[in-house]
Design a protein around this ligand. Structure first.
Ligand code: URA
Length: 205
């Protein structure tokens, strides 16, 4: 599916966007999530960072990248001299998708139609922030922003063009790094992500 060309029809004001996202019922994910997790950061940021969707912690706290993936991101960002506060950080999908397992909530990947429904909001955020570069972390963000759903590893570290937006630097998702159980594989993935964060900083400098 070509998602990237769908310009948002959102015509509301900058100030009205958060409330509109909070009230969103465009896809069923709002039914079970605690809340929509809004993007955060300066609306004139040169760098927009896009993840997949809120996780368990983000869903409860209402902020992007505050759980384990966010902690790893923060550590690598420091190494890469990427100032999180100066970037706009958001997700391709704004509600947490999970399946209950006992007391736990197990993350589930958003499907194409959920990504597509939520692209409406991502496009609205892009129209506000107008970043010089988007950093797409992981396959969901890459698909939402470029329309291409092919494997990430071969694409990471490269800048792709999106039909109607700024260039997109593809990188690994911090959760992918955390999922590597082999220490060497984890170190390798972590180094690649750190390298791409540094490349994003250099690009917008
Ligand atoms: N993973 C994401 O993609 N986004 C978050 O906000 C947290 C974890």
């Amino acid at each position: 599916a070509q998602l990237a060309g769908h310009a948002s029809a959102w015509e509301g004001s900058e100030a009205a966007l958060p409330a509109a996202i909070t009230a969103c019922t465009r896809c069923p994910l709002h039914c079970n999530a605690t809340q929509a997790v809004l993007g955060e950061g300066p609306l004139n940021a040169a760098l927009m960072i896009v993840g997949e969707q809120p996780g368990d912690h983000e869903d409860l706290q209402g902020r992007p990248f505050v759980g384990p993936a966010g902690q790893l991101f923060d550590e690598l960002a420091i190494d890469a001299a990427l100032d999180r506060q100066s970037a706009y950080i958001t997700n391709a999908v704004k509600h947490f998708k999970f399946r209950p397992k006992g007391k736990r909530r197990i993350h589930q990947r958003p499907d194409i139609s959920e990504i597509e429904q939520c692209k409406w909001w991502l496009d609205a955020e892009l129209a506000q922030v107008k970043p010089k570069l988007i950093l797409a972390m992981g396959a969901t963000a890459a698909r939402a922003l470029t329309g291409k759903g092919t494997a990430i590893m071969a694409r990471r570290g490269t800048v792709e063009t999106s039909p109607a937006g700024p260039p997109v630097l593809i990188t690994l998702h911090p959760s992918y790094v955390l999922r590597q159980t082999d220490p060497e594989a984890r170190k390798t993935a972590q180094n690649l992500l750190r390298q791409d964060l540094a490349a994003a900083v250099a690009f917008v400098r």
